[in-house]
Design a protein around this ligand. Structure first.
Ligand SMILES: Cc1ncc(COP(=O)(O)O)c(C=O)c1O
Length: 306
């Protein structure tokens, strides 16, 4: 009898993860309940995406992630080049073309009985799973219904929102409020009449030929930056600055931006139509251009070969 290997190939079709130096099917990737990422939200993460086999603005995601890791005084087990290789390998193993790619660094755990975060060994993991849409395509075609939450966004003086984080309870509870108000999306104020952001997205308003997006109390989203860059290319005015709730309620068009969905039109705000209640022309133009750039080598890059 000939000896044959009976080891089955792992199935990465639902996703591939990397942790502790090894690649594994997503369902096998586990983290300790004692990790401070779990018990203290002491972590930072980033999400990039691959569309039709190409990473979109990966450099910007890596810049933001590495900046966040540094700001939180954490250390990755390897350098940026290796991080990029590991992310690419996760994507390759899934065999998918449209992929959601997440990377996280948590505080990890200090030795038993020690409470000093400086003594913790940080945990890194990342994974690639099928593309995630914040709003389904039919929802995006029709436009989203947005609610302005009564719960203010956590103050930027308390938790730095430019370090992408899991302090989401204000946004999660706001979502419940939105659903109770017949809306499917929510945006939070700063508690002083200014708009910030929502769970997983930034917001833009369009009025008198100008796009505006909040510049304070928000994650500096890569999709938000993309809209600002596209506007520059189109010679359309777009500025990050103060955005009041009143300005939001008077907007001709509203859109949300996220890596998990791109540029998404809002057509109803707290039950009232935005503009004529259908996705506006300025939004539609940006949405088309956003996806068009995914094949452009100036904006996207192929997943690296093994
Ligand atoms: C709180 C928050 N704001 C904004 C965004 C949008 O950022 P990006 O465009 O980089 O996906 C996200 C993405 O997850 C987010 O979590």
């Amino acid at each position: 009898m000939t000896a044959r290997s009976s080891a089955a190939q792992p199935d990465f079709s639902a996703g591939c993860a990397f942790m502790d130096g090894a690649f594994m099917p997503i369902a096998e990737c586990k983290i300790s309940v004692l990790d401070w990422g779990m018990i203290r939200s002491d972590c930072t993460y980033d999400v990039a995406h691959v569309w039709k086999g190409r990473f979109f603005r990966l450099d910007k995601h890596l810049d933001r992630f590495l900046r966040g890791v540094e700001k939180l005084r954490m250390q990755l087990p390897f350098d940026r080049a290796k991080l990029e290789d590991v992310l690419s390998e996760c994507v390759r193993r899934t065999g998918l073309d449209d992929v959601y790619v997440s990377m996280t660094c948590t505080r990890g755990r200090p030795p038993a009985g020690v409470r000093d975060p400086r003594q913790a060994k940080n945990t890194f993991y990342c994974f690639a799973i099928p593309f995630v849409w914040l709003a389904t395509l039919p929802q995006q075609e029709a436009g989203l219904h947005l609610h302005v939450s009564s719960i203010p966004r956590i103050a930027p003086e308390s938790v730095d929102p430019t370090v992408k984080n899991y302090h989401w309870l204000d946004m999660e509870m706001s979502l419940f409020e939105a659903y109770e108000n017949d809306a499917n999306f929510v945006v939070l104020t700063d508690g002083a009449g200014n708009i910030t952001e929502g769970p997983g997205y930034n917001i833009f308003t369009y009025n008198n030929g100008r796009w505006a997006t909040p510049d304070r109390g928000v994650l500096e989203g890569i999709s938000r930056q993309t809209v600002l860059d596209l506007c520059r290319e189109l010679n359309v005015s777009a500025q990050a600055g103060q955005l009041t709730e009143t300005a939001l309620r008077n907007a001709e068009e509203i859109l949300l931006t996220s890596t998990a969905g791109g540029v998404m039109p809002v057509t109803k705000l707290d039950g009232k139509p935005v503009g004529n209640g259908t996705p506006g022309p300025a939004t539609t133009r940006l949405r088309q251009l956003y996806w068009q750039k995914h094949g452009d080598p100036g904006w996207s890059s192929p997943v690296k070969a093994a």
